[in-house]
Design a protein around this ligand. Structure first.
Ligand code: N01
Length: 547
């Protein structure tokens, strides 16, 4: 893969973009296409964001590859060939690099550069972003495209510095890969990352111990080589399929909308439906089996129990099976994992499961890991312990204004945004797929494109009218936060201690962060807001309010 260019940085931009992942790259393309002077600042040594950092064994997208790709260029989506039903990390990173080259995006990406602060000067009406090298760049607008799952979290275990072996985090994986052959490996964490890597590490390591605090539901991915006919049919009507996808809650097409409650059919019919979805593979299809799986606990119980019974039928040791059968949250309320041979892995003689809910990890020792009851000797430890999700990347940047507003203070009790796109008191700062947006609950690239298009149209609207400052009103922000909470409370999502709730980070406010009203509903709302002259926002020319 060619190295990205680091051409000299201009000090005055129209738009400073934080992040060079899927969102940052599309923001360059879209905003530069309007004649704006833009530049993206990326901490990594290459573009790709999530797909640049998460190189652990088995890393793969859980949305099908024909869906999980940019839609902005029909030529691009026609010419790119995905070899499998789900893209793996190297393929997706290769795709992102292809896009960066094809659309000549690299000349506006500055790699190895972390933005440490962003300050808005109300008099000049512009942002100054500062890099970790001390460089200062001024820009009328700032687009935060720093990702939702980009701040890896290694728990603060005592003794980690004394461990004699090597330790890794799923989100900071060495580029050269890791060979676990002949080693005694411990994996801490059984979310999507753990579930994907565990079967592969088990095959390579001498022995694998999985430290599970919370069992997660996982469904078979049923990955397979791309079927030629399927690809042809999809590509023949790609734009129409994309439009149909935008009319769904997850921005993922190809799944008929459910029409019945799970409780309106017999147990036999229900189990047959779940079985067919289980065989088909994928999470959306399963959650779409009935209308009420994410809103009615009784309905959800039927699907949860179906999967628990599958686990019991796969895992031969009944005690291990029971430990793996998630019982503390309704299925789908934590990110539903997709796997290839995850539960089967626990039938291997070289794999052990340890319940660290009952017997918590006390410390990392020079020789391994100690729980309250025993010490496990390990040569390598992998932390698949997740991220400071949704707000972590912005919390790491000192965002403030000359009026004294500090983003970290404003969000101390939980993030506040209008439409997930802007924050009251922080003019001209846009956020891509942040809290209050449906991003993480959708096909992420669809949300990225929708957000960036909305931002670009908004900036275009302002330019046409000679305006240069926009911010949401406090009332619009409060109403949106209220709406986000009301919608979340009408679902089962708040019943899970998930990263959607900030529950995985000690001390983080417990607030449900994503908008779960659906991509379709959200997009309509954003379009209406724009059509009504950016309702809920104040648009002005420096010091002169005109709308
Ligand atoms: O992280 P997670 P992830 N002691 O937060 C455990 C996306 N993604 O990297 O549940 C012991 O889900 C923690 O336990 P608990 C996707 O959106 C997508 O796996 O907090 N255990 C949990 O089991 C996903 O949701 C893909 O009790 C500790 C695990 O670590 C998101 O990224 C692939 C612990 C963390 O799970 C994050 O997934 C990968 C402690 N002190 C990721 N602290 C695909 O597209 C944490 N844990 C397929």
């Amino acid at each position: 893969m060619p190295d990205a260019l680091n051409s000299p940085s201009p000090r005055q931009l129209d738009v400073a973009i934080v992040g060079g992942g899927l969102a940052g790259l599309y923001a360059i393309h879209r905003l530069r296409g309007m004649g704006l002077k833009v530049r993206a600042y990326e901490a990594g040594s290459g573009v790709g964001g999530t797909w640049f950092w998460n190189r652990y064994p088995g890393a793969r997208c859980d949305v099908e590859s024909l869906e999980y790709s940019y839609a902005f260029s029909d030529a691009l989506q026609q010419e790119w060939k995905w070899p499998e039903r789900y893209g793996n990390q190297p393929e997706i990173l290769q795709y992102i690099n292809h896009v960066a080259d094809r659309f000549d995006l690299r000349r506006d990406v500055q790699l190895n550069t972390r933005i440490t602060s962003a300050r808005f000067d109300p008099t000049a009406g512009e942002w100054t972003v500062t890099t970790d090298a001390g460089e200062e760049i001024k820009a009328r607008y700032c687009v935060m495209a720093a990702g939702n799952l980009s701040t890896p979290r290694v728990p603060d275990f005592k003794g980690i510095g004394d461990f004699k072996g090597e330790w890794y985090h799923s989100g900071l994986w060495p580029h050269e890969g890791v060979d676990f052959s002949g080693l005694r490996v411990g994996v801490v964490g059984t979310g999507s990352s753990g579930v994907q890597m565990i079967p592969l590490i088990a095959r390579q390591a001498r022995h694998l111990t999985v430290f599970q605090r919370t069992a997660n539901f996982s469904l078979p991915a049923r990955n397979a080589p791309m079927e030629t006919e399927r690809e042809r049919a999809h590509k023949a009507e790609y734009p129409a399929r994309r439009r149909a996808a935008y009319d769904t809650p997850f921005a993922i097409g190809g799944h008929p909308k459910p029409t019945k409650s799970a409780l309106a059919v017999t147990a036999e019919e229900r189990n047959a439906a779940y079985e067919s979805k289980w065989q088909e593979g994928g999470s959306i299809s399963f959650l779409y089996a009935y209308t009420d799986l994410l809103v009615n606990k009784e309905a959800n119980d039927t699907a949860s129990e179906f999967v628990r019974n599958k686990i019991r039928s796969i895992v031969t040791d009944p005690t291990v099976a029971e430990l793996l059968a998630a019982k503390d949250h309704p299925i789908g309320t934590k990110r539903l994992c997709l796997d290839t041979g995850y539960y089967e892995t626990y039938n291997r003689p070289n794999v052990a499961l340890v319940d660290v809910r009952r017997d918590p990890i006390r410390e990392i020792t020079p020789a391994g890991l100690r729980t309250g009851q025993r010490e496990f000797e390990l040569d390598a430890i992998v932390f698949a312990t997740g991220f400071d999700a949704m707000t972590g990347a912005l919390r790491e940047i000192d965002v403030r204004t000359g009026d004294g507003a500090v983003l970290a203070d404003k969000w101390a009790g939980g993030p506040l945004t209008y439409l997930g796109l802007m924050v009251a008191g922080f003019p001209n700062m846009f956020v891509v797929t942040g809290p209050g947006s449906p991003g993480v609950k959708t096909q992420m690239i669809a949300s990225i494109e929708q957000h960036v298009d909305w931002i670009a149209d908004c900036v275009g609207h302002m330019r046409e009218r000679g305006l240069d400052r926009i911010e949401p009103s406090l009332q619009a922000e409060a109403d949106w936060v209220d709406h986000v909470n009301t919608v979340a409370d009408s679902t089962l999502y708040p019943l899970a201690n998930s990263w959607y709730m900030g529950a995985n980070i000690p001390g983080k406010p417990r607030v449900f962060m994503p908008y779960v009203g659906g991509f379709d509903r959200y997009k309509r709302r954003c379009d209406e807001v724009a059509a009504r002259g950016y309702e809920g926002f104040t648009l002005s020319r420096r010091a002169t309010v005109v709308a």
